[in-house]
Design a protein around this ligand. Sequence first.
Ligand code: HEM
Length: 229
Amino acid sequence: MAVNISTTSVLILSLALLSFGHCCYGQLRVGFYNKDCRNVENIVSRVVGEAFFKDPSLAPAMIRLYFHDCFSNGCDASLLLDGTSSEKKASPNLSVRGYELIDDIKTAVELECNGIVSCADIIALATRDLVTLASGGKTWYAIPTGRFDGTVSLASSVDLPSPRLTVSQTADNFFDRKLSLTDMVLLLGGHTIGVTHCSFIMDRLYNFQNTKQSDPSMDSKLVQELKLK
Ligand code: HEM
């Protein structure tokens, strides 16, 4: 069973996602493909627009896919690689959605510019376009491009924070990637859209640490709202 987290503004998220460029931001630039594939952003927008029209839930799905790719070994699209023990097979990635949309965009881009545009850039551009559509056009922002695709993808290298961690443990995970507490708070704002499964929150609503009570640190109104859902 799924719970709707919310459908409010995703502006904060769109700005925060740029922080993932920390590792190699200097090498990226807006308009990287102007010479060799100048239509790429239009192609991405067209395919994304058609897909969003059919399934708006692709917006949160792609935000999550982008985060899961970036958090393990940087934004190198290694999450897309198939294999018996690739990143896709790691448990936090089993419910990641949106791969087909990236495939469709890649196919459309390759028709016009063969072997030029990286999948890592396609993920970044597609997420930007989906966030823009989900916000009713309010949050468009320029994306620096020029990312390389990774060729190694190992489930064992996926070390996404568990939803069971405390705030300070989660912050340590972000610090390890040179992401500050502010980056973490902004990025977790990504959860303002999308769904989560009840299994992730049931104990905190009904049986926190086997007390048969809800988690006392939660806002009581939120507890009631989530219980109703
Ligand atoms: C401590 C780090 C994080 C944890 C523990 C976490 C955990 C989760 C969990 C448990 C879900 C529900 C999955 C399901 O029920 O299938 C989820 C969904 C989601 N997460 Fe996160 N997350 C984290 C960070 C982030 C960040 C930084 C972003 C944004 C950049 C993000 C974006 C999303 C989105 C958009 C969804 C909804 C996906 C959908 O509707 O398909 N998450 N997350």
